[in-house]
Design a protein around this ligand. Structure first.
Ligand code: ADP
Length: 304
């Protein structure tokens, strides 16, 4: 059976509340320090493992440090059902995100890449990939690593889903070997140079001639799909009571990748992504602790 192999970042998120975001030179008292496993790659693997059907393996390939955070980052993924044999321990600290949230929910985030920036030279060569595997990448690790994995996946007949976040314009250079590119509205505008509100025709025009399908996520407004040889289209979001959309995009990618590995066509996979993203928006935090396949399936199949 095909696997989902997420290659990318894991971070320990250190989240604290402050009365207001600190001004230069100001010292403030935070309320309490909360620790959550995060990182775009880790969040995607977590969501994928939670919605995967029985027997569809989800593996994470990432670098963690030699610190206590590495233990937590590894066990949180393993507890969600992710195969963590591909986590490399490198000397130094794990990736860390410092997240201050003020009374209005506004935040500032400082990411210290740590181990995510310290991939060993042979890590990509050691990556075990097989034809039919769905490889999922984001851009929180060195771009050279992402480019090497995309090339490696293409050479063995694996399929690639690239989530070009945080955006690096060099992502456009990889599209010849990517099956599905996922970006949000802001990333799409920056990557393709859109200056007004984006619609499916505009996206299709921007990527005409590329073999990659492009999915642009629009938060609660759903997603746009532009795929070679088919008319551009909109896929609506599922109506949920959203309380926090942090991590919805990561969950979307995880759900989409699982459906592709399970044999779904692109539009069906986008619906699985939308369902997984919508469910994640119903809880605080980037990882939904009770996300499961049954809930996602109920949304995807509802009304059919
Ligand atoms: P990102 O977090 O990368 O900015 P989006 O906010 O576009 O990503 O969300 C990704 C996907 O998650 C959307 O395309 C949608 O399917 C789902 N989603 C996000 N917010 C909501 C919401 N408020 N209601 C329903 N679905 C949502």
């Amino acid at each position: 059976m095909s696997r989902v192999v997420v290659v990318g970042s894991v971070n320990l998120d250190l989240v604290y509340g402050v009365p207001h975001l600190p001004r230069p030179g100001e010292t403030l008292l935070g309320d309490a320090l909360r620790r959550h496993s995060g990182g775009k790659g880790g969040n995607q693997a977590h969501a994928a493992a939670r919605v995967a059907p029985p027997g569809l393996p989800v593996a994470m390939v990432a670098c963690v440090g030699d610190d206590e955070a590495a233990v937590r980052l590894t066990s949180d993924l393993a507890d969600a059902g992710v195969d963590v044999a591909g986590l490399h321990a490198v000397a130094g600290p794990s990736g860390t995100a410092l997240i201050a949230v003020d009374a209005d929910g506004e935040n500032t985030i400082v990411v210290i890449p740590g181990a995510n920036a310290a991939w060993p030279g042979d890590a990509v060569d050691r990556l075990a990939l097989a034809a039919g595997d769905v490889v999922v990448l984001q851009l929180e690790v060195p771009f050279e690593v992402v480019a090497a994995v995309v090339a490696r996946a293409a050479s063995v007949g694996a399929r690639t889903v690239l989530n070009a976040a945080p955006l690096d314009r060099r992502a456009a250079e990889l599209l010849g070997d990517v099956e599905v590119l996922v970006v949000n509205e802001v990333e799409a505008a920056e990557l393709f140079g859109f200056d007004s509100e984006v619609d499916a025709e505009t996206v299709a025009h921007a990527v005409a001639g590329s073999p990659a399908a492009v999915v642009v996520t629009l938060g609660g407004r759903g997603a746009l799909v532009a795929a070679p040889g088919t008319p551009p289209r909109e896929v609506p979001a599922f109506a949920v009571d959203a309380v926090d959309t942090v991590g919805a995009g990561d969950a979307f990618v995880g759900g989409l990748a699982v459906a592709l590995a399970d044999g779904a066509a692109l539009d069906e996979a986008v619906r699985w992504g939308s369902a997984t993203g919508a469910l994640t928006a119903t809880v605080h935090g980037a990882r939904h602790p009770r996300l499961d396949r049954a809930a996602a399936e109920a949304l995807v199949t509802g009304g059919r």
